[in-house]
Design a protein around this ligand. Structure first.
Ligand code: SAH
Length: 377
């Protein structure tokens, strides 16, 4: 798998691996501009004690500075093992909740425990707020508060601005992806991998809720999550959200040559997500994911209108999942690749076997690794 990354990064591989061990210094939020303005959101956050700043390039993006790195001081032998997703939020200063725990030790209320990953990497010092016996049979709830972590970012989810749906935590490249799609009123837009709804809700926002959106994810529960996001943001407008396998969308819905725009944001190896705490992806995974992603492109070709646009994005930096899939889309499926007049800010323009793509590289800017390409039919 490192071989695959070194194909993309060559002599910069060492620098890349060092960068992705750490979170970016900026934690981004998207402002829900259908419900507030960026200035208002900034002043509401500031009233809640959170100092956010405008992004210099992207009009609906704001960011908060992440503090650190600090040493974890805990003074205990007890360890609790958490899942990888929880490990990342603990690393950034979040409190520990019941669903994130993988392996328990017995503890009293008010005890200090070191939270570690499955590979025994310490991520935070936790002070328990309940005893082991109170929490072990529950499904939800707080286990302990974070006393000390390598990084600190304010807890956005506890603010009123967040609870009222005026801001949405989202990485900057992900925000930029929907800008590249440039959703317009009246367009029929299909989001083939929609849940939890970051980009779907942004499509609604940027089209002033006047695009007709079909948002798909593969299960009922994913679609429930998607609808919950849209409801919370007040952006569940003009959307048909469907649980289905979008690799067969052309066979299941009568959409041949109908979509003005399509978004494909498929499952990927996530190697651009920072910080990476464990490299547990194999080359086999990357190959399988790349083949899976191709199937969305194939289905999309059937439903895209001639002249329509497709934006493909991933939060990874392997060539198999990005550049080579775009090469496949052009050479095997018949898409054209589009060079944007306004290329995405902060991205490196990539040229590969006649394909143009835009790569967000942690080496060039302190952002997650990410890839965007625009295709037309
Ligand atoms: N675009 C989303 C994130 C998408 S993550 C956002 O911005 O918030 C990738 C999604 O693809 C996952 O929710 C996953 O459930 C979905 N997915 C995976 N296989 C799928 C399939 N065959 N059909 C539809 N959705 C699928």
């Amino acid at each position: 798998m490192l071989v695959e990354l070194s194909r993309a990064y060559g002599s910069l591989l060492g620098e890349l691996l060092e960068k992705i061990k750490h979170p970016p210094r900026r934690l981004y939020l998207r402002v829900n501009t259908l419900r507030t303005t960026r200035d208002q959101a900034l002043s509401m956050l500031s009233e809640e004690g959170i100092h956010a700043h405008e992004d210099e390039e992207v009009e609906d993006a704001v960011f908060i500075e992440v503090k650190g790195p600090f040493n974890i001081e805990c003074d205990t032998d007890k360890k609790i093992v958490v899942d990888d997703k929880t490990a990342i939020s603990l690393l950034m200063g979040a409190n520990l909740y019941r669903p994130g725990v993988r392996k328990w030790v017995v503890f009293r209320e008010g005890e200090r425990i070191l939270a570690v990953t499955r590979n025994n990497i310490p991520v935070a010092c936790i002070e328990t707020t309940v005893s082991y016996y109170e929490v072990i049979n529950r499904e939800k709830g707080l286990v302990g508060i974070n006393l000390c972590s390598p990084y600190k970012a304010p807890s956005i989810a506890e603010t009123k601005t967040y609870k009222r749906g005026l801001i949405y935590p989202q990485s900057l490249p992900s925000i930029i992806t929907t800008h590249a799609l440039d959703p317009r009123p009246g367009e029929l837009i299909v989001d083939m991998n929609a849940s939890p709804g970051g980009k779907t809700s942004h499509v609604v926002q940027l089209s002033s809720a006047k695009a007709r959106v079909i948002a798909i994810d593969r299960s009922e529960s994913k679609v429930k999550t998607l609808k919950a996001t849209l409801d919370w943001l007040g952006l569940n407008l003009n959307i048909l959200a469907l649980p289905m396998d979008s690799r067969y969308i052309h066979a299941d819905l009568s959409l041949q040559n109908k979509a003005d725009k399509i978004l494909i944001d498929p499952p990927c190896s996530n190697l651009g997500v920072r910080p990476i705490i464990a490299f547990n992806r194999t080359m086999r995974d990357v190959i399988d994911l790349s083949n899976y992603q191709k199937q969305f492109l194939k289905a999309a070709y059937h439903i895209l209108k001639p002249g329509g646009l497709l934006v493909y994005s991933t939060c990874t930096i392997t060539m198999l999942e990005n550049e080579e899939n775009m090469f496949y889309a052009v050479n095997e499926l018949g898409f054209n690749v589009v060079e944007l007049d306004n290329p995405p800010p902060y991205a490196d323009k990539i040229s590969y076997r006649g394909i143009t793509g835009y790569r967000f590289s942690p080496v060039s800017h302190d952002l997650p690794g990410y890839f965007i390409a625009v295709l037309s039919k």
